[in-house]
Write a protein that binds this ligand. Sequence first.
Ligand code: HEC
Ligand code: HEC
Length: 265
Amino acid sequence: MRARVWAGVFFCALLAAQGRRGANPLAADREPIASGATTYAARCAGCHGRDGKGGEAPSLHKSRIVMLSPDQRFFDVLKEGVPGVGMPPLTGPDAAIWEVVAYVQSIAKAGMGLPVPGDPHAGRAVFQEAGCLRCHIVEGRGGVLGPDLTGIALQSSSAAIRESIADPAARVSPGYRAVTVALADGRSVEGILKNEDNFSIQLIGMDGEPHAFSRAEVTAVKSRPSLMPLGLASRLSPEQFQNLLAFLDRQRAATARSEIGFQNY
Ligand code: HEC
Ligand code: HEC
C-alpha cells in the first residue's frame, strides 16, 4: 500500500517535471536527428518544403508551435495531425515522432534543438589554440574585433555558425564591415568600421584600439571580405572542427538556458 502511494507521488512528480519543461525525452545525440531527417523527408517535406521553409503548407521556421511552444505541444500536433486543413497524423511509435521534433528544431530553432554532438571541453581548447579568443569574447574574456559569442547559439543555427567559420565572407555580421583606410600621409589602417559621417570615420584597428580620422586625412576607404581570417577551418581536423562547433553550441545566454532546462556541460 505504502509502496503504491510512493509510486503515485513519484509518478506525479515526474509528470509535473515533464509538464513544466515539456521537453523532448530523447537522448542528445546525432542519431535521433538523422533518423528524424529521414522521416521528415518522407512524411513532411512534400507539404512543408525540403528545408521546412514552406511549400504548399506554411513555413515551420515561422510556426509558433515549432518556435515557441513546449516540445510536447509540437509532438501532439504531429501525433494528431491538423484536422480540417489536410495535415495527416504522423503514425508510428512515439520515439519516431520525437525524432521528427528533434530534427525540425535542429533546422529551425537556433540554440533550442538537441545539443550539437562533439566534445565541448576539447572544443574550448581548439577555440583558444586557433586564436579565436583574440577577436571574440566567450565566457567573459577575449578580444573585441569580432562579435561577442556569449549567446551565439541562441542567435544563429548551428548550420549558420558552421558557415561563419568555414566561409567567413559569405555572411558578414551587421556592424562588422572590414575596411582598409588609406591616409593622406601614406599610412593605411585596417579594422572594423564603427561609424562614419561627413566629417569623420571611426574604426577599431587590428590592435583592438579605437581610431578616429577626420575626412580630410582620409584618401580612400576600401571594403574587405571579412576581418575573420579565411581558411581557419581547413587548418583543423574534422574532429577538432566538430568539437569547436559543440563548444560554440553551448554558448547560450544564461536566462534562456535555465528556461529550457539546458545543462551547459
Ligand atoms: C498533406 C500536407 C501536409 C503534410 C504531409 C504535413 N503537413 Fe503540417 N501542416 C499542413 C498544413 C496545411 C498546415 C496548416 C495548418 C494551419 O493553417 O493552421 C500544417 C501545420 C503544421 C504545423 C503547425 C503550424 C502552426 O504553427 O500552426 C506543424 C508544426 C506541422 N504542420 C508540422 C508538420 C510535420 C513535422 C509534418 C511531417 C510529420 C507535417 N507537418 C506533415 C500540411 C501538411
Ligand atoms: C582577426 C579577428 C578574428 C579571428 C582571429 C576570428 N574571428 Fe570570428 N569573426 C571576426 C569578425 C570581425 C566577425 C564578424 C564579421 C563576419 O561575420 O565575418 C567574425 C564572425 C564570427 C562568427 C559569426 C558571428 C555572428 O554574430 O554571426 C563566428 C561564429 C566566429 N566569428 C567564430 C570564430 C572562430 C570559431 C574563430 C577561431 C577559429 C574565429 N572566429 C576567429 C573576427 C575574427
